[in-house]
Structure formats: C-alpha cells, structure tokens
Design a binder for this molecule. Sequence first.
Ligand code: CA
Length: 762
Amino acid sequence: MPRCFLIAFLALASSLAFADEYDDLRLKWKDLTTGTGYNPADPDVASKLTSIANAATNHRSSLDTSPSRTFLWSDLASTTTSSHVTHNYNRLRSMALAYATPNCPLQGDTALLADLISALDWMNANRYNATTSQYGNWWDWEIGTPLALTDICVLIYDELSPAQRTAYMDAVNHQVPTPDMTQANQVWKARAVGVRGCIVKSATKIALSRDAFSNVFPYATSSDGFYTDGSFIQHNIHPYTAGYGAALLSNIVPVLNWLSGSSWEVTDPAQANLTQWVYDSFEPIIYRGAAWDLVRGREAGRNSSNPQATGHSLMNSILQLAQFAPATDAARMKSMLKEWALTDTERDFVSARSLSTFSMAIDLMADGTALPRGEKIAHYTFAAMDRVVHLGRGYGFGLSMCSTRIANFESINGENLSGWFTGDGQTILYNADLDAFGDHYQPTVDAYRLPGVTADVTHSKLPHTANSLGPRSKGQSTLSPHDWVGGATLDVYGAAGMQFKGVGVSLTGKKSWFMFDDEVVCLGAGITSSDARPIETTVENRKLNSDGSNAFTANGSVQPTTLGWAESLTHVRSAHLAGTALGADIGFYFPQATSIQAVREARTGAWNDIDSDASTTLFTRNYLRLSFEHGSNPSGASYQYVLLPGRSARHVEHYVNTPQTTVLANTSTVQAVAETTLGITAANFWTDTVQSVGILTSNKKSSVLVRNDGTFIDVSVSDPTQMNTGTIDLQIALDGGTLVSADAGVTVTQTSPGIGLSVDVN
Ligand code: CA
C-alpha cells in the first residue's frame, strides 16, 4: 500500500511541477528582459530606470486615447506601411517595460497600465489579430511584431485577462505558427514561437522553438549560415556577420539561457559551435568595439546602427554567453570583452548597457581575474564570403570583394542606396581614429570613390528601381562573372586578389593586396575600359577633423589645408596624412614615382540619401582623397601603392628610403611582392599556365605565400577560384631540407635543391 501511495504522490508532484514550469519559464523570461541583480541606489542604475520611465511617458503623452481614435500615434498611422505595426508594438513594449521593471518610477502605475491595455486591445481589433492579412514587409508580421508582443504579454501577464492573452497570442500564432526560414530569421521566429508557447502553455510550441536551433547550429557549405572559415552568409550571397549574424547571436543566446535547466533545454551537442562562432566569426570583426561595415550588409547604411553600436551589441551577446559558457570559454570571452571595452575610446561599454546586462558588465570590469586579451595580431581569409581582415599592431585592414559566389552589395527596402562599390575591392583601414566610419561617414563620403576601388566614376548609378518596400539601388545583389577572388593566410600575414568587372560597364582588371606586419602593398593591373569615361582608383578617402585641417604632405612638402583644394601632384614617392587621433597617421609609399590627384573637400549629405526612411537632416564632413586617374578608355593600366598605417611623416620618409617591400611583378598574369625583413615572398597567379616570379613557379591560378626565416620555410597555398578540381603544382627555389609537416592533400615531390609541391585543392 505505501508503495502505491508513493507512486501516486510522485505522479501528482510531477504533474504540478509540469503545470508550474510554464510560469517559472515566463518569470525567467521576464527577469531576462528587465534585468536582475542591479542596485537601484547606484546613480547609473537610477538614471537608466528614469530613462525607461521617460521613454514610456513620452510615448504615452503622444498616444491618442480618444474613444474615436483611428490610430494610436499620428506618426504611425499607416495601414499600408507594415513597419508602423512593429513600431506601434515597440512603443507599447517600452510602456510595458516601465510598468514591469522593478524600481522604475512607473512600476505598477495603474494609469499607464490602463492606457497600455486599451492600446493593445485597439491594436488587436484594428491592426493585428488572428485574421489580419499581411501587407508590406513579411518581417514585421512574422518577426518584428511577434517579438514585441510576446515580450509585452510576459511583462504584464497577470494584468491581462485570459481572453486578452488568448486574442493577442492567437494573432502571433496566425503569423508565425512555426519557426521556419533560415539562420537569423529562424532564430527570431524560434524566440517568438517559444515565448508564445510559454505564455499559452504549449509544450509543443516550446519544443518547436528548441528544435529549430538544430537547423542553425550545423556549419553551412552553401547558402545561409556560419562556415568553418568564420564566414557568415544571409540572403544566400551576402556577407552578414555583423548584421543578421549579430541579430542571430542576440536572440539565440538569451533563448538558450532561458531554456537551460527546463524540460526544453537545448541538448543538441552541435550547440558547441556557438562558442566557436565567437572565436572564428565575431572576434575577428570587432575592432576596439567597432563592427566592420564590410560584414554589415545594407545595415552599414543605417544611422540607427553605426559600427560602434553594432560592435557593442555583439559584445552584449558575448557577455551574456559568458555567463553560462564552460569555464575556459567564459574566461576567454571575458578577456576579449575587457580588451574591447578598455580600448574603445569612442563609446563606453558599461554605461551603454541596458539594465538586462548592466550588472554583468559592472561585474566584468571589476573582476580582477578577467585580464584584457591584449591587441590581436592575426590574418583572416574568409573565403566563403570574399572578405579579408588583417590585424596588425595599431591598425586593422579589411577587404570587401565580390565574385561568382558573393554579390557586390545589398540594397533592399530602400536601404543602402549608395552601396554600389562597397564590394568592389573596398579597403577599410581602422586605427586609433575609431570614429572614422561612424560620425555620419556613410552619407557624406563620396560613394563613387571608396578606398581600394577602381571605378567608372561618372557612370550613373542613381537608384532607379522600386517595389512596394521602396527603392533599391541599380546593380544591387549582382554576382561578378569572375571566380578568382580570395587569397591565402600564412600565420598573421596574407595575400588576396580580385579579378573584377564593373557592373553595367566594360571596366575590368586585377587587384592584389599583400598584408604584412606594418604595411599593406596594393597592386592593380590590366585595368581596361572602353566606355569613354574616366576610370579612377582611390587610394584613400579619409574623414578629417571638424575643420578639415589634418596636415597632408607629399614628398615631404606640406600641402594646403584649404577645403576645396585639388591638385594633381606629380612624381610622388611618398605621402603622409596626419591622423585625427594620436596613432591614426597614415603613410603612403609609391614604389614607382607617380601622379596622384589629391582633393581636400567638405561633403554634405543626409541619411535619407541612402536610407529612404531616414532623416533629411544634412551633415557636412571633411575628407582628404588620393586617387590614381587612369584616364578614359585605359588599356592595361596599373597602379601600385603601399599603405603604412600609424607611421609619422618622418617614419614614412625612412621607409621610402629603406623600403621593406619590393614589387616583383604587377601584370595581369601575376602580381607578386617580397617583404625582405620578414623573408616573405607572396604572389597571385592569375592564369592556368606555368608562371614564374622570384623564387616561385606555379602552374595554376593560385595565391601563394612563402616565408623563409632562416630556420624554417613555411608555405601557404590556395585556389581562390574554388573551381580547381585537381592540383596546383608549385616550385620554390629554396632548399627545403627536411619536411617538418604538411597538411593532408599536399604531396612534397622534392625538397632539395629546390622544393616541389603538388597540392590537391579539390
Ligand atoms: Ca614590414
């Protein structure tokens, strides 16, 4: 009998625990949303609590509460623009947050609550219910609004009637019954379906949410997702690590944390990949707190998310992940976070946290066992997304390319309307001037003249197509006809190349970049166009200080600081631009004395120029630009320059007199450079014919680096076309001595007197 009794008791307890678990989970999501563990007496916390209240008060004061209202807010009244639905719910969420956040001045405010619930009922009756049909952008219906509305229901769950909860959640279920689609979109939907499942107490829906992550964790080999080389793709052909990838991270981390310890804990062992993404995908693209524009897709053209804000959003997610990651990973994450937080002179990481992570950030900075990582010196070839990031001492150099695999740029929904050349070999140089690509850079920079790009600069590229979501840029989402785009990494150095073809024009050519310790050698060859329009290669187009007076010297002589100054400088061997911040100087070395067009100009633009929903407020910023002018109809034109980040004018002159690099070849069949102090020879071979340059001979298209430090010889080889199904045969005129190691697929055919390698690149 006691045995039977015991069994009955367990069943009852289990049943009760099961019923309670939804409530526990709901309260946990509420805590994750409002934040916990902060001290309301802390002045920073008090100020954040006041800000939450002020935001709610502002929204409430402009809320139309009349019985006959036809909208909640006059600026969000549209019944054809879907983003207005999301924006309405985001304002209501902000009011719910103020009502529910402990110690907020408006916590439990009944008047606020009455207006909020009345507005929710109005939205359910008039904008978003279980029979509403979509218009505009599906994202607002299936993601934007569900995320806000499920949060609202969690924040004020007890204050809503069962009928209200059912009506609101039926509306969400009507739009997003299951977490479909891919990557960021799937994770967003998994959050919406999971939180909704918790609210309506549906084990099935929470399980759907949990299981969706198993589609996201595995590495991609095509289309969307994370790649083992650190690349992240969304929309099939667009690099998006710090766009959709950041959104994915900021949703998957709290949801995994939320479900941990519950009946729906994610147990898929593939979730370990998430930690690896931090190291391989996210850590490389955060420079002292800033996320590189070259992996932000069309979001680079949004005023609301500049590089620093996006970088800090990524840091915020990594900070949350570090709270429940395995100890060694948590320590490594905290170390990188501390490095970024301490070296970001542009934006304070801790004070910019919302209350949900504020105390975590305080604890991190106070944790004496978490030491800053130190400056990262590394080279990343992201072959699956045609991006390169090179991190040297005091600088970071990024490269944005396109190919048969990756498109030039994305411009949809009226965004990123002047991104035309951002994937055409654009180079981004980060240094101590951390705001170089913030501070209204995007709408003011000359989008036809981006550093690194060879362009048909007078060809019309005005936005000219539109759909219901707004204009899109001419030529957006276009693949290049060329597959030789990519490069090779050897230790912390790298080579990269890009065979290019301008979209809608005849312009073609080949570009190479060789990235060493304190210099980047940039080569162009075979530059040809037959459109009778001028072709230019932009060396640099740098945002200057507020009066535009950064000193610029050419061949050691100081040039005018007048805005509007333009001059064709001749026989230029060296140039130097003083930085806006200490350590932000940039030196230029021209191995062949050359003519350079120099322009110092004030440029004016509005975010609305590049984002159809953005403000028309005009901003003016000053720039100094250096360009090679190849003339009209160039045939086989070339250029060469060496970037010397961080060097003072005097140190630039020293480099020019004793250069560490030599251009070995700059033709449309091979481009090659030697860096003598590092013992490196690097080459891009553009043809499937036997070509020799310096100590290297290759029989196939390839990117090659060889380093001879006197003791060891290291070799790195790649097939940037990703199309070679056979081998690359390489001869190196160095005595190889004894083989130490070789990757699988490499056959060493000879070590002495020269090295012979056959590399299976299939
Ligand atoms: Ca060097």
